[in-house]
Design a protein around this ligand. Structure first.
Ligand SMILES: [Zn+2]
Length: 358
């Protein structure tokens, strides 16, 4: 049966429980992780859902709240462990990183760490208490206020090809048309990230859904919420944790190369294109936004598309610092990003069940 033991707490089949896992004591406050444990009525694997490793990306809290509201554990095969606020320290300051003068302030770059910084201790608890009992990972990274994200990331370059195929299957089953085939060992990614560490050290396939953001109004944000719930349900079906087959998109854009188009200078980003341009073609030099000096009101910079591509993530008008989140454009020039019809995607049908013994 779907009995699970998490942090020495036994959760019986069909039950839901919140487990509090202590991490460390900071000045005046305790740092801990509250994990919702949903034990399915039936046997199956354990899916770990993390949110808010970055302290300002709180849209994903709403996704987990909705999931817990609608999910019937009587129908669930296996278990779900869901953590709405993984990094309480950065959440407390409303910042991506932990404000503690450490040299590893970003919790999603400090897995597999050696030290005792708060980020290292949080990720160590995730590894020892949660990765150790999980078979699959979904780690949310949504937009902070003013910016939205719009892709499902998966690790495309693990040495273990089975891990790549199951991760890709999870990404496709999310039912969102933009898929980022991430290189886990390039740029800012490595085995220090959640997905990199889960894959390489624990053999756990996973995805990073990045759909949505904050400050776009209730109607749009509700739509993003629904897309994410559909995505989790699609994953549960793909992983044989719920009955049925996931709803796939008719076509997916697989992105391996993209331009992160951000302001070089701080200022008010005044957009020239709206959310209606998402997933549409953008020409080289197309005017995306003006950057306005907040003191003189002069236009100090123009954001333009660096090349021919497809717009996926975008922002609303907001005050940004240098390098802030603005636009993501899939590079369509060199053939490294391409639209693929669902019929042409190889989808590993039944993921290998690597159920950990409790
Ligand atoms: Zn993030």
């Amino acid at each position: 049966m779907g009995r699970i033991i998490a942090y020495n707490t036994e959760v019986l089949p069909g039950n839901k429980l919140i487990v509090t896992i202590p991490v460390t004591k900071d000045l005046g406050i305790d740092i801990r992780i509250k994990a919702h444990i949903l034990a399915g009525k039936h046997d199956g694997p354990t899916l770990l859902i993390l949110s808010m490793l970055h302290g300002e990306e709180w849209f994903s809290v709403l996704i987990i709240r909705e999931l817990i509201k609608i999910l019937n554990t009587d129908q669930l095969r296996g278990n779900i462990i869901a953590v709405p606020v993984t990094n309480t320290s950065a959440f407390n300051t409303g910042t991506r990183c932990i404000i503690d003068n450490s040299d590893e302030p970003d919790a999603n770059r400090s897995f597999n760490g050696k030290y005792l910084w708060i980020s290292n201790q949080i990720t160590r608890v995730i590894e020892n208490e949660l990765f150790a009992v999980s078979d699959y990972l979904i780690d949310y990274h949504v937009g902070s206020w003013g910016s939205s994200m719009a892709d499902i990331g998966y690790g495309s370059d693990y040495a273990d090809k089975d891990l790549v195929e199951i991760s890709k299957g999870m990404a496709v089953s999310y039912g969102f048309p933009i898929i980022h085939a991430m290189k886990m060992f390039q740029g800012t990614h490595s085995d220090r990230t959640s997905m990199g560490c889960a894959g390489t050290k624990y053999g756990i396939p996973g995805i990073v859904p990045e759909i949505g953001g904050l400050g776009f109004g209730e109607e749009i944000e509700k739509d993003w919420l629904n897309q994410n719930i559909k995505g989790i349900i699609g994953n549960l079906k793909y992983l044989n944790m719920l009955e049925g087959t996931p709803d796939l998109c008719s076509e997916y854009l697989f992105i391996t190369d993209y331009w992160r188009t951000s302001p070089k200078n701080a200022g008010y980003i005044e957009t020239k294109i709206g959310l209606d341009r998402q997933f549409t073609s953008i020409k080289k030099d197309e005017h995306l936004a003006d950057i306005i000096d907040p003191e003189t009101f002069e236009i100090i910079e123009q954001l333009k598309s660096p090349g021919d591509g497809v717009l996926f993530y975008t922002c609303r008008n907001y005050m940004s610092r240098p390098g802030g989140w603005a636009f993501g454009i899939a590079n369509m020039e060199n053939g490294r990003s391409r639209w693929v019809k669902k019929e042409d995607i190889y989808l590993q049908k039944s993921p290998k069940n690597r159920i950990k013994s409790n």
